[in-house]
Design a protein around this ligand. Structure first.
Ligand code: B3K
Ligand code: ZN
Length: 850
């Protein structure tokens, strides 16, 4: 149990630790319920501070013995750690503790998953392994000896001596404790090799449970591509003799970048055509790259404190997005990223959990691995790159790597390398890091005597604890199109720094149509009076693929809002435009598949709320269904043609080209299912030889209400495969009708294959309910009560995953009084739970407080 009134940590309270560490040596004697950890740590006073308090973090440890310079000591122990009197000179701390990995259900620290030992130390898990200054600014080289009877014993760095029942590892690169890792189990390797550009041969291994060896090839290839890409684009080479990746079934997130020993959720590594979809393959490629890229942006240069988390996460997300853009289609990647940013980060920024990219305080740092820190953090890097230009961006990065290699750095250090490289003053840009909230960019225009002027006004609404928002620097990429669709002004970046600012374009023959915020050059909301004719024009002619997609999305959204507000029939202009665009065989199929996506239920609810209206989740669901039906009617000739034309006949590859074709064919199948009652989907389900086809067919059938038999067949076929079974749970729930979703979820949570101990399975059921907004927000309140029940049950076992899932409630203030009361009652019930974790107390409390 955590303490009753959790403490708030403030950025302004930072002070360096009083000691530095020259060396750490750890011995692990593994036993499921009684693992012994013996530490030998060489401390010396830190010359940068006079503070000589000696506090070591430690939680849930049984201290067996402690010595300083070989003499037994009796430290003072609290639930958070220990203090001890120490010499005012270099000294050696030695301790032995006992821990219980088999009882560790929080999946933080050393725990067991399917019989193997593994660790997760970021952010503050190392303190559950041994007493240590568990803070990222304390860096040290680690030697590790593992004693245990598992076949494979792994830790960070390069391998040392091994023998029966033991293995030693040496990591020469000083690292903070959060990058420590240990794995022990009867694993098998899918091996490979990479030679760096300076000729270092690196052994690569993907370690999995026996039986999964056949699902590693793609991850290994992705790793090699990432290693080569980081050399080519950022000049960064790998720095150890070995790089190990381990797949673990029970894991709280996607993966973890421990030095030389990445640990992955098995869902983010294992893939075969039969068991993984194209989207899974793409996600694996990008997560493998993300964790690998952390070797430089995160590990070699780490964070001074957890407030600087965006320094490694924002930058690494930006780098992995660049990688995916290079490996696949840049336009498709950008559109997909903006869809996610708006769905997750804009939502967060508009609600009670809004916080700056660099938060100023936190209670539980695990609650700050958010869309704001990650995705908006990445947008800030993209804006900097746009503002300084590519050449200066890479020069600044070179300086960052040389100046800060081996450092625990800050956002100030990061901005300073850009200032020193370019001579720019970035103090105004820094507001993006310190101020929460999504700026609204209002655009008006003038046209007079061949002179076209764009007037911009920026305003950021208040967020919790931040009422005033001074103007920010906003890079606005703009292009202008002539009346017949030609581009008359190519993409130009306007740099807005004031609250109000105008930009003029001269010498135009006719009033242009503006294409504003091309490539989504800043994470803002553009507000501009426009009409559907102009949107349809941009959808047909814009040369910027992002804005072309955006025009289609806006057209769909405005029609849907008209249906919701006035009961208007589905918008014919949208139907015509989307049919034309989707049938245009000169366009990339992946782009067309994305263009066929409709604004989500949550996006529409958000739009109504922003406009001061109260969204009705059921009405939103019906409006979308109505539009889908109308679109099927409008595409009744095109859909079967598209479906047939984009079938892939070559043998399966998850590459961009084949994935794009399958995405379009599957989007056509969803349309077709509304016309043929599911005949084509049933055929595809029966004949599919890969998961992308099988799953999309099942999804169509479930959505049509004719999927029960297929769902049973799918279960019978895949009941032995944990990852595929997760899909089975999710698909049924996300496709359930609003009035059935909560009951179905409840039924599935008592299915013998459901377990809350596995975060993937928990998310597959309860996360899927959250992803079905009309079901979750059903007026009965059943969805709210079910989620709250499960969060209360999960919290004592795994507070991190429980708290993350609790954010589903963050939009509660959007809805009508009835729903608000129902949700408030559930939040109160959660908050009144005795022994509620620090994680949940913070999240549920912040949500309830608004
Ligand atoms: N750095 C880890 C996330 C750790 C989350 C701790 N709650 C994975 C990543 O972003 O690469
Ligand atoms: Zn990361």
């Amino acid at each position: 149990m955590r303490d009753a009134a959790p403490q708030t940590i403030h950025l302004t309270d930072y002070s360096p630790f009083g000691y530095r560490i020259d060396k750490v040596a750890l011995t692990f004697r593994l036993a499921p319920h009684a693992t012994r950890v013996i530490s030998h740590i060489e401390f010396r006073p830190n010359p940068d501070t006079a503070d000589r308090r000696f506090f070591l973090h430690g939680e849930g440890l049984r201290l067996i013995s402690a010595m300083i310079d070989g003499q037994p000591v009796t430290p003072e122990i609290t639930p958070e750690g220990l203090t001890c009197t120490v010499p005012d000179a270099p000294f050696v701390w030695q301790a032995e503790v006992e821990i219980d990995p088999a009882a560790n259900t929080a999946l933080e620290g050393l725990y067991m998953s399917s019989g193997m030992y593994c660790t997760q130390c970021e952010a503050e898990g190392f303190r559950k392994i041994t007493y240590y200054p568990d803070r990222p600014d304390v860096m040290a080289p680690f030697d590790v000896r593992i004693e245990g009877d598992a076949k494979v014993l792994l830790s960070n760095g390069n391998p040392g001596a091994t023998g029966p029942g033991f293995a030693e590892w040496h990591d020469p690169w000083p690292k903070p404790a959060y990058l420590f890792a240990l794995v022990a189990g009867d694993l098998v390797a899918h091996p490979g090799e990479f030679t760096t550009r300076s000729g270092r041969k690196v052994a690569l291994n993907i370690w999995v449970r026996p039986g999964d060896e056949g699902k590693c090839a793609f991850a290994l290839e992705s790793l090699k591509k990432a290693m080569a890409w980081d050399e080519q684009v950022y000049g960064r080479e790998y720095d150890l003799d070995i790089f190990n990746i381990v797949a673990v079934d029970d894991f709280n997130m996607g993966a973890m970048e421990n030095k030389g020993l990445n640990i992955f959720n098995s869902a983010a590594v294992l893939a075969s055509p039969e068991t993984a979809t194209d989207a899974n393959f793409e996600r694996i490629e990008s997560i493998i790259a993300h964790e690998y890229f952390h070797n430089w942006t995160g590990n070699r240069i780490t964070c001074r404190d957890w407030f600087q988390l965006c320094l490694k996460e924002g930058l690494t997300v930006f780098r992995d997005a660049q990688f995916t853009a290079d490996m696949r289609s840049a336009a498709v990647k950008r559109i997909a990223d903006v869809i996610t940013l708006r769905a997750r980060q804009f939502r967060e920024d508009a609600g009670p959990l809004a916080h700056p990219v660099r938060p100023a305080s936190f209670v539980e740092i695990n609650n700050f691995y958010t869309a704001t820190v990650y995705e908006k953090g990445a947008e800030l890097i993209g804006m900097l790159k746009t503002l300084v230009g590519d050449e200066d961006y890479y020069r600044a990065l070179d300086l960052y790597f040389t100046r800060h290699d081996g450092d625990a750095a800050t956002v100030e250090d990061w901005l300073k390398v850009f200032e020193d490289t370019t001579g720019r003053d970035l103090s105004q840009f820094k507001r993006w890091y310190t101020d929460a909230g999504t700026p609204r960019l209002t655009v008006t225009e003038d046209w007079k005597d061949g002179r076209y002027t764009l007037h911009f006004e920026q305003k950021t609404p208040p967020t919790p604890g931040q009422d005033e928002k001074p103007p920010r620097v906003i890079p606005i990429a703009v292009g202008l199109l002539g009346p017949n669709g030609d581009e008359v002004v190519e993409t130009t970046v306007l740099e807005m720094t004031e609250a109000r600012q105008s930009f003029t374009f001269d010498g135009l023959g006719a009033r242009p149509v503006p294409s504003i915020l091309r490539g989504f050059s800043a994470p803002v909301i553009v507000e501009r009076e426009t009409d559907d004719a102009e949107r349809a024009f941009l959808l047909a002619h814009d040369t910027d693929p992002f804005n072309r997609w955006e025009a289609g999305r806006a057209l769909a959204r405005s029609g849907l809002l008209a249906t919701l507000r006035k009961g208007a029939a589905p918008d014919q202009r949208y139907l015509d435009a989307i049919t034309r665009l989707t049938g245009d065989e000169t366009l990339d199929p992946a782009f067309r598949a994305l263009a066929l996506g409709l604004p989500g239920e949550d996006e529409l609810a958000h739009a109504l709320h922003e406009a001061g209206e109260t969204p009705d989740p059921q009405a939103i669901w019906e409006a979308l269904e109505g539009l889908r039906d109308a679109r099927a009617e409008a595409m009744k000739t095109l859909a079967p043609t598209l479906f047939a034309r984009h079938q892939v006949t070559a043998s399966y590859s998850p590459d961009a080209e084949q994935s794009g074709s399958r995405a379009l064919a599957n989007a056509a199948l969803a349309i077709l299912t509304r016309l043929d009652g599911g005949a084509a989907a049933a055929d595809q389900f029966a004949s599919a030889d890969n998961m992308t086809l099988q799953l999309s067919a099942l999804s169509c059938l479930l959505r049509a209400g004719t999927g029960d038999e297929a769902a049973q067949a799918f279960y019978d076929q895949w009941r032995g495969d944990r990852l595929v079974l997760d899909k089975w749970f999710t698909l049924q729930i996300v496709n359930a009708r609003p009035d059935e979703a909560a009951a179905l979820t409840e039924a599935l949570t008592v299915h013998p294959d459901f377990t809350m101990k596995n975060p993937n399975r928990f998310r597959a059921a309860l996360g899927a309910l959250a992803a079905n907004p009309a079901g979750f927000h059903h007026a009965s309140g059943k969805g709210y009560a079910l989620l709250a029940d499960w969060l209360i049950r999960l919290d004592p076992l795994n507070p991190q995953t429980a708290a993350r899932m609790c954010t589903t409630f963050e939009t509660w203030r959007r809805y009508d009084k009835g729903r608000q009361n129902l949700i408030a009652a559930q939040l109160d019930r959660i908050l009144a739970t005795p022994g509620l974790s620090r994680d949940m107390t913070e999240i549920a409390g912040r949500i309830r407080a608004v």
